[in-house]
Design a protein around this ligand. Structure first.
Ligand SMILES: [Zn+2]
Length: 452
């Protein structure tokens, strides 16, 4: 164990659809609260206990955490959210993410048999450990670890595109597109209608005149959704618009008027409408654009759903006072408040069904080639499986050791041990974990039959 070698680039495949994308190096933006397999929600809540307890220890002293400790605590939470998503979506590939071994495809009878071990890597010169040789799902909607990793990369791309464009004398504005909705609305229906309205918004002769008149070069649109007990689902679009020249504040007011009018007309065609004629809000300041980019895909670290604050979350959940929840907030709330968990998980499933096949961040045609000509576009799955900086392999865990880690829900904790200590410490940590009961052996690969 403990062979050292500097890792090459990504080893990811990009099988789309339902096959999880593979990775050699997975999850360097990650944390853990995992759980052994369990039947039913109650089982999950019980099984999440160990993750919560160790996270709680961190949570109580959150105010005094160093950035590194804070990152580790965030990782604990992301793994916990992933475990909850796994519970909400049986059979979904998020359930294999950072749990199952990745087996590279090989021709029958040729090549090396797959390594049956989980690798632990550490970034060179950084206290940052991550797993290698595991499946990563790359699903930014369902999987908090993958979402965090992909967002980090996409933020970098956005920043670069914006600065390149500005350096060339262009301008950037940010526009938010919203519409009225009601509690009874079905998410899949209103989301589909809104995306279609936006497609129509950017089509036809009238649109070409706006493009010419305003010098619109291209756009990058992000789609987001929140949920509130009062108004139900609130899907909306944030669009970065690149203009040939910077616009002034007065220009922007007028652009906002043009956009709002057209957006309202397109919504009407789809049976939707904007409230008070202001479905579109445009901001032009450098701060507004930078702020949006900095927050893109960021999973806000609200109060952790454990320890002291869990009681607060619970109380709010009961009264429905936590408004405008993101989908990850729903998982967080399900974790904290078992009473409302069935509702929250049902909402999460509805959200996942509605967003299937939707791209989180979409560049208009030609814009990427123009602003980032040297960077080939990678899919979310490829980004999730990719390693961005040199790392060395600390060691390998045999499958029985890995099963113990999964069973005890200690994926994040093991990485922390690897970050703070050496391989001997990791081995001692695993040795001290409880044995896995035969009837509860967690599944660790595609080829293996689920033995629970
Ligand atoms: Zn994932």
């Amino acid at each position: 164990m403990g062979s050292h070698s500097v890792q090459r680039g990504p080893g990811g495949g990009q099988e789309g659809g339902t096959t999880a994308a593979a990775s050699v190096a997975a999850d360097d933006a990650d944390g853990s609260a995992d759980r052994p397999p369990a039947g039913g929600l109650l089982g999950t809540i019980t099984d999440l206990r160990s993750a919560r307890m160790s996270a709680g220890k961190i949570g109580h002293f959150r105010g005094y955490l160093s950035p590194e400790e804070r990152a580790a605590a965030g990782r604990v939470e992301r793994y916990a959210l992933q475990a909850m998503a796994r519970e909400a979506l049986p059979g979904h590939r998020v359930g294999a993410c950072l749990r199952w071994l990745h087996v590279p495809p090989r021709k029958k009878g040729r090549g090396r048999p797959p390594t049956r071990a989980v690798e632990v890597w550490r970034k060179v010169g950084e206290r940052r450990a991550f797993y290698g040789g595991l499946v990563t799902c790359g699903n930014v909607w369902a999987c908090a670890p993958c979402a965090a990793k992909v967002a980090e990369r996409r933020r970098g791309e956005l920043e670069e595109a914006i600065s390149t464009h500005r350096a060339d004398g262009g301008g950037v504005v940010i526009a938010a597109f919203t519409f009225s909705h009601m509690r009874a609305d079905v998410l899949a229906v209103i989301l589909g209608a809104a995306l279609e309205a936006f497609r129509q918004f950017k089509a036809g002769r009238a649109w070409m005149m706006l493009v010419e008149g305003w010098g619109l070069v291209g756009d990058i649109r992000a789609v987001e959704v929140t949920w509130s007990i009062r108004n139900g689902w609130h899907p909306h679009l944030h669009v970065l618009w690149f203009t040939s020249c910077p616009l002034g504040v007065e220009d922007v007011a007028s652009l906002q008027e043009d956009f709002s009018e057209r957006w309202g007309a397109m919504l009407a065609r789809e049976g939707l409408h904007a409230s008070e004629g202001h479905g579109c809000r445009v901001q032009v300041t450098y701060g507004a654009v930078a702020d949006y980019v900095a927050k893109f895909g960021y999973i806000p670290e609200r109060e952790l759903p454990w320890g002291v604050t869990a009681e607060l979350v619970k109380a709010h959940a009961k009264r429905g006072r936590l408004t405008h929840l993101t989908p990850f907030d729903l998982l967080r709330q399900a974790l904290a408040a078992p009473e409302t968990a069935p509702r929250d998980l049902a909402l999460f499933r509805e959200y996942m069904a509605a967003f299937r096949g939707t791209t989180q961040l979409k560049w208009s045609r030609g814009l990427r080639d123009r602003l980032l000509p040297d960077q080939a576009e990678q899919t979310d799955a490829e980004v999730a499986a990719r390693l961005d900086s040199p790392a060395e392999r600390l060691g390998r865990l045999c499958l029985d050791a890995w099963r113990k880690v999964l069973y005890s829900g200690q994926r994040a904790e093991l990485l922390r041990v690897a970050e703070l200590g050496e391989w001997d410490d990791v081995e001692a940590f695993v040795a001290a974990l409880p044995m896995v009961p035969v009837e509860r052996i967690p599944r660790v690969s595609e080829w293996e039959v689920d033995r629970r």
